[in-house]
Design a protein. Structure first.
Length: 151
């Protein structure tokens, strides 16, 4: 606390940071769910915008502008990271329904974890990093069972 600051003001600012993190994590979860439902279709690139719009609307409805901005950023970042994962799974032969179901279950876990202090911020930042890592590894091909087929 700074000089002249009351404990109530300090708690209010810390609480505000907590809720921005929660909405960022919830936005990331919405981004994951949007990516799961729209990936592999022509509308797949709209998933980040859809998730951001829903997260901003929820932030404005239940909190304030700061929380809405955190939710919007989390929605964009979460969808951007999850689109790579879902697109890769679909490109390797996964079924759309099963992939969407599993990814939406993962989004529920992300939403629940968003209520842990600081984890919402980490989720929003880690998902695009995961997507970039998957993108870098996507071009590599592994021998796998093809080496057994030569015998």
């Amino acid at each position: 606390m700074r000089g002249g600051e009351t404990p109530a003001n300090y708690t209010g600012r810390v609480g505000n940071l907590y809720w921005v993190g929660v909405f960022a994590g919830l936005g990331a979860a919405l981004g994951i769910a949007a990516a799961a439902s729209l990936a592999g279709r022509r509308l797949g690139l709209l998933a980040p915008l859809l998730a951001a719009a829903i997260a901003i609307a929820l932030g404005l409805a239940f909190a304030d502008v700061e929380e809405a901005a955190g939710g919007g950023a989390g929605g964009i970042l979460g969808a951007a990271g999850a689109l790579q994962l879902v697109g890769g799974a679909l490109g390797r032969g996964a079924t759309r329904v099963a992939t969407a179901l599993l990814v939406v279950l993962g989004a529920v876990v992300v939403a629940v974890l968003a209520f842990v202090p600081v984890v919402g911020y980490v989720e929003a930042l880690a998902l695009p990093a995961l997507g970039l890592r998957l993108r870098r590894r996507a071009g590599k091909r592994y021998a796998g069972l093809r080496t057994l087929a030569r015998d």
